[in-house]
Design a protein. Structure first.
Length: 165
């Protein structure tokens, strides 16, 4: 039952957190819900591809949190183990980057200044959450292993893992 419970909690938090930020709000307020297929517009296909890529990356992160970390993406139900595998080997915040990627794809599909401003504010808030809440919290919870992770893996710009010397 714990596997099913973890899956249900992961689904709930996915709907509540990225589902709201990259789903409901753009759908309701920024025109994503009123899109019409523009089969002759390359930016339409690019936008769909970017949204799909972001969603796939987000699901990979959520899976890794559940599988390796035994927790969810919610701050109230976090992983109990430090997750430093999968996409987390390349960048410390792939889940936030995945949501930002979804928003970028949606912006290509439904461009507006208001939506661009929304995306910029969301990313700024992600950055503030990481710097002032997540990193200090993870330092306290995981100690030296998290300090090592901070030195080896960049916060926002992915790069290949360093090879041991």
């Amino acid at each position: 039952m714990s596997g099913l419970g973890l899956a249900l909690r992961s689904l709930l938090w996915t709907l509540l957190l990225p589902g709201m930020v990259a789903g409901y709000i753009p759908w309701r307020y920024y025109g994503v819900g009123r899109l019409h297929a523009r089969w002759n517009a390359p930016e339409f296909f690019l936008g769909l591809g970017v949204v799909g890529s972001g969603a796939a990356l987000l699901l990979a992160c959520i899976w890794e949190f559940a599988r390796r970390g035994r927790g969810t993406l919610s701050p109230v139900d976090p992983p109990t183990e430090l997750v430093a595998r999968g996409l987390y080997r390349y960048v410390r915040n792939p889940m936030y980057l995945s949501v930002a990627t979804i928003l970028l794809g949606e912006l290509l599909l439904a461009p507006s200044r208001g939506f661009l401003l929304y995306g910029a504010i969301v990313f700024a808030l992600f950055n503030l959450a990481v710097i002032f809440y997540e990193e200090p919290s993870l330092r306290r919870r995981f100690g030296a292993s998290y300090q090592r992770y901070l030195r080896e893996v960049p916060r926002w710009i992915p790069r290949p893992p360093r090879r041991p010397a």
